[in-house]
Write a protein that binds this ligand. Structure first.
Ligand SMILES: Cc1cc2nc3c(=O)[nH]c(=O)nc-3n(C[C@H](O)[C@H](O)[C@H](O)COP(=O)(O)OP(=O)(O)OC[C@H]3O[C@@H](n4cnc5c(N)ncnc54)[C@H](O)[C@@H]3O)c2cc1C
Length: 569
């Protein structure tokens, strides 16, 4: 096994990881040696897919305010967001937009030269800053370009697949990794770790996320003893393209797109008359499903009945200027030009509101591990995230955790070597030697199908019990898988097998958390418990790994600013 030593390890190179790296490099002023690890090539992180925008208050002179952004976020979260966290976030986000501006990002602009902002669901003011519909890609590029000033301090481990975190005496010591390019096993020793590994969209079959978003960091943290918080809250985005699930950004509706049923009616006037298409995502997704279930959708392939997203009213010019990627995708994938024809869409699994439990500073329960971005649950989004708040979260807590971890690394001595380095590798060795008859690709397929059926937009206790039984059956079968390719170099068979193991753990925490929560709140809509129940459930779920599956505990929500009220739009 090859061994490398660094001060700070940043695991993940999406917006959160790159922003953390930049802050840590700036703070350390050449003193710290930073490792950047990604199972993909650096610029392939899923953040490049973010389309529509990044939320921040820039126009206090024109009517927006921190208070309004905070209220929108808290109401959108169905009052499960921690209000002190939201308060901090809304004040930090604008500074991140301006920093990116100074670093050269080509934000879309208004005629008067000021940074343009567009409406997004659940926001009462048009506050999504954007770069056409390629916001994430351009944020990533800008962060990466700026980071190149610090290359002397950085060591990149691209295509390094992390398999486990090594914890001794309650402290992080390092991580084990497969260097896919060289085909080596690697141990990277570090004084501190920032986890920035993104979400877990792939646990669902119909999802906006790429194949690589398999919840690895969530499972790594969970197996290292850290609790996962609020995992039952999955966001279903209202506009996933039929049949692939590719995202049709909320900016489509922000720019004026309509949702129509098979009678040509804007059905949102029944469900959210004040906000219409720009109600929060959980509400719009539920409304679409109710229309489809009432027979007012269009018949689609493989049971994927759908609704129309109609952009025709925007006109050719606006579509070409503001939504060029959307047009390119619909033309390429389904041969539809949105300038002339409505787009077939339905709700699609999109975002993991839950994640590794952190405090306001991104600290986890292990002193030298921080988490930022979608893998973390700092409790900004509660039960339902508002669009454009995620990339903003990645920037804000990328900066915060980068600064915190860098300062920490300056004060502590180098990490020790683990007592038994090979023990950390044993799990991979066992998989390579495995000869079982179960097919891990089949297990992944069944898992994803199972979650589509049992943990979708509408849930019931009965469905989730079936879903949980199925996950546990799949976990049992997973013990008897084998990988056919026995090498380490670009062994996608092995990587997929390990990812599927991670996905099973993540799916189990989400389903158990949802089954236990006998109420409806935000993205968790139970037909057998349709009302929100603040008396019993105004609390966060914490899932700890235990011998027979997750052990659940609960902790308080910060409601220090606004008392929860009924959520109407
Ligand atoms: C299609 C789409 C559009 C979106 N549009 C918007 C938008 O307009 N506005 C908005 O606010 N949000 C949007 N979101 C959500 C937002 O893009 C994501 O939440 C955010 O980009 C996540 O960034 P991240 O840095 O946390 O993780 P990611 O960008 O997912 O990066 C994860 C990193 O971790 C690495 N990694 C993971 N596992 C391992 C492992 N085992 N070993 C080594 N490395 C590993 C990956 O290689 C990658 O580098 C969108 C999401 C999707 C799917």
């Amino acid at each position: 096994m090859e061994v490398y030593t660094h001060d700070l390890i940043i695991l993940g190179t999406g917006i959160a990881g790159l922003r953390a790296a930049l802050e840590a490099a700036q703070i350390s002023q050449g003193e710290l040696d930073i490792a950047l690890v990604s199972k993909l090539q650096l610029m392939r992180a899923h953040s490049v897919a973010a389309e529509g925008g990044t939320a921040a208050v820039l126009r206090q002179d024109e009517g927006d305010s921190y208070e309004l952004h905070a209220w929108d976020t808290i109401k959108g979260s169905d009052f499960l967001a921690d209000q002190n966290v939201v308060d901090f976030f809304v004040q930090e986000a604008p500074q991140e937009i301006l920093r990116l501006d100074h670093w050269g990002i080509p934000w879309s602009r208004r005629e008067d030269g000021r940074i343009a902002q567009r409406p997004f669901g659940g926001h009462t003011y048009p506050r999504a800053v954007f770069a056409a519909d390629k916001t994430g890609l351009l944020e990533m590029q800008t962060l990466y370009d700026t980071l190149t000033k610090h290359t002397k301090q950085l060591r990149r481990y691209d295509e390094g697949f992390v398999v486990s975190l090594v914890i001794e005496n309650g402290r992080f010591i390092g991580l084990t990794m497969i260097d896919m390019l060289k085909g080596h096993s690697v141990f990277i020793r570090g004084k501190a770790l920032i986890l920035a590994t993104g979400g877990a969209g792939q646990i669902f079959g119909f999802t906006t996320y790429s194949e690589t978003v398999t919840g690895d960091g969530l499972a790594l943290a969970y197996r290292a003893g850290l609790p996962l918080k609020d995992m039952e809250f999955i966001q279903f985005h209202p506009t996933g393209l039929i049949p692939s699930g590719i995202l049709m950004t909320e900016a489509c509706r922000g720019e004026g797109g309509l949702l129509l049923n098979n009678q040509g009616k804007r059905f949102m006037e029944v469900y959210a008359p004040a906000k219409m298409e720009l109600a929060p995502r959980d509400m719009v997704s539920r409304s679409e499903m109710l229309e489809i279930e009432a027979g007012r959708g269009f018949p689609g392939p493989e049971g994927l009945d759908y609704i129309h997203l109609d952009l025709r009213g925007l006109g050719r010019e606006k579509i070409l200027e503001r939504l060029p990627l959307i047009r390119e995708v619909t033309l390429k994938h389904i041969g539809i030009d949105p300038i002339e024809t409505p787009i077939p869409i339905r709700p699609v699994a999109h975002y993991t509101m839950g994640g590794v439990h952190t405090d306001l500073k991104g600290r986890t329960g292990i002193e030298n591990i921080w988490a930022a971005g979608e893998v973390a649950c700092v409790s900004l989004h509660g039960a339902n995230r508002l669009g454009a708040n995620s990339t903003a979260e990645c920037l804000v807590w990328g900066r915060v955790t980068g600064a915190e971890a860098a300062r920490y690394c300056k004060t502590v001595p180098a990490a020790e070597m683990p007592k038994n380095i090979n023990q950390a590798w044993a799990q991979v060795e066992a998989l390579i030697q495995s000869t079982g008859g179960e097919d891990h690709y089949q297990i992944r397929k069944e898992l994803r199908h199972n979650l589509d059926l049992t943990l979708g937009v509408f849930r019931t206790g009965e469905k989730m019990e079936t879903g949980l039984r199925k996950i546990r059956e799949l976990k049992e079968r997973y013990q008897f898988i084998s990988v056919k390719d026995k090498s380490l170099r670009y062994n996608t068979d092995l990587i997929r097998a390990i990812e599927t193991g991670f996905m099973l753990d993540v799916a189990e925490t989400a389903t158990l958390g949802a089954l236990n929560r006998t109420e409806s709140r935000g993205g968790h809509a139970r037909q057998d418990f349709p009302a929100r129940n603040d008396e019993h459930w105004l609390k966060h779920t914490l899932a700890y790994q235990a011998e027979n599956g997750p052990r659940l505990e609960y902790c308080a929500v910060d409601v220090s600013m606004w008392k929860p009220v009924e959520r109407k739009y």
